[in-house]
Design a protein. Structure first.
Ligand SMILES: [Zn+2]
Length: 351
């Protein structure tokens, strides 16, 4: 009886295998590598007007950043650039445009997650709505800024214990000029360590010149990954990753990763916004220094869902990475960092 079942099962497998070959032969098959799971550590659930009235343009990549013009407030130059990037870079003739409609952004984002088999660590004002639409693919992070919307510690404890959120992040304190070691932030880190909640902290690029646009507290020196050092020693069991990998401070990042083996990074916006040569140079330094098993894919798609696939393709096109190293960045490292079980990992590979 059992052998009958097995042989029937084998017949079915043979059938699907042959059918697969036929479908591929006539061009209907999907490339299998496109179905290998991806973990996006840096996804957002944002309303269409999060960065002001859209649509807003984004050059992929941006080859030229805005420059302060004499006698004109930089904010004006920046706002004009968002609406017409050719005012800064005449070669940017085909930017992508954000949608002004929050639902359109959500539907597009979720469509890409489904098609590319992506699980997204997601944060932003609409995260619960994204989760309701696709609980299988959305893991909820709490977007957090100590200066703007920091909830009391007790609320945070209740939310995490109840399972309302699984990640503390993205922490955007850098936009308010707050360093990771700020004493007022410490109780939140202590709670994350106690509850074993992963923390994603923005250390790296915001929009260029953003201190003159809408975040007067933003400072370039807060890109520096070494600013995390005392915090890591104080909370040695913290599960923490640096969003945007502290770009461009590669030497300090390597020093931090060397001295503190618990620190991971996500690639975030550098994976699509920077000129690809610069992104690859930065990524290559981390990998060739021997830290390829602590780099995680993150898209930071914000209000431009198309950037997710551009970011993936910029990793896939890196000729200095082996296939295994690409899989580590796109899935394996994050699966380890998030402590997915064997069953969960097998599940992701069978979706
Ligand atoms: Zn982000």
């Amino acid at each position: 009886m059992k052998s009958d079942i097995i042989s029937e099962d084998q017949h079915m497998k043979t059938f699907f295998f042959l059918a697969g070959i036929l479908w591929c032969h006539i061009g209907w098959c999907q490339d299998d590598t496109n179905r290998l799971p991806i973990i996006d550590m840096h996804l957002h659930a944002l309303p269409g007007n999060f960065f002001g009235p859209g649509p807003l343009a984004f050059c992929l990549p941006t080859n030229q950043w805005p420059t302060k013009e004499h006698g004109i407030p930089y904010r004006q130059t920046f706002k004009r650039w968002e609406k017409d990037p050719t005012t800064v870079d005449s070669t940017c003739l085909n930017p992508i445009w954000s949608s002004t409609d929050s639902d359109t952004i959500m539907v597009k984002t979720l469509e890409i997650l489904e098609r590319r088999n992506i699980i997204g660590i997601t944060s932003g004002p609409l995260v619960h709505r994204y989760f309701e639409m696709n609980p299988q693919r959305i893991i909820k992070g709490l977007m957090f800024n100590l200066a703007f919307n920091a909830p009391p510690i007790d609320s945070l404890r209740r939310w995490f214990v109840k399972g309302d959120y699984q990640i503390l992040g993205e922490v955007t304190n850098q936009y308010s000029g707050i360093a990771p070691g700020d004493p007022d932030f410490e109780p939140y880190l202590a709670l994350a360590e106690e509850l074993e909640i992963p923390v994603g902290i923005h250390m790296g690029p915001g929009p260029p010149g953003v201190a003159y646009v809408n975040s007067p507290g933003y400072r370039g020196r807060l890109h520096d990954p070494l600013l995390l050092e005392e915090t890591l020693l104080k909370y040695p069991d913290l599960r923490i990753y640096i969003c945007h990998a502290g770009w461009p401070m590669i030497d300090n990042l390597l020093a931090l990763m060397w001295a503190h083996p618990q620190v991971y990074v996500d690639l975030g916006i550098i994976s699509y916004a920077l000129p690809v040569k610069e992104f690859h140079r930065f990524l290559r330094r981390i990998v060739e220094a021997g830290f390829g098993n602590r780099i995680m894919f993150g898209s930071d798609q914000m209000v431009w869902p198309e950037t997710i696939e551009v970011a993936i393709s910029n990793i896939e096109s890196a000729d200095f990475l082996t296939q295994d190293q690409k899989r580590d960045i796109l899935y394996n490292n994050a699966a380890r960092f998030l402590q997915f079980s064997r069953e969960e990992i097998e599940g992701h590979h069978s979706w």
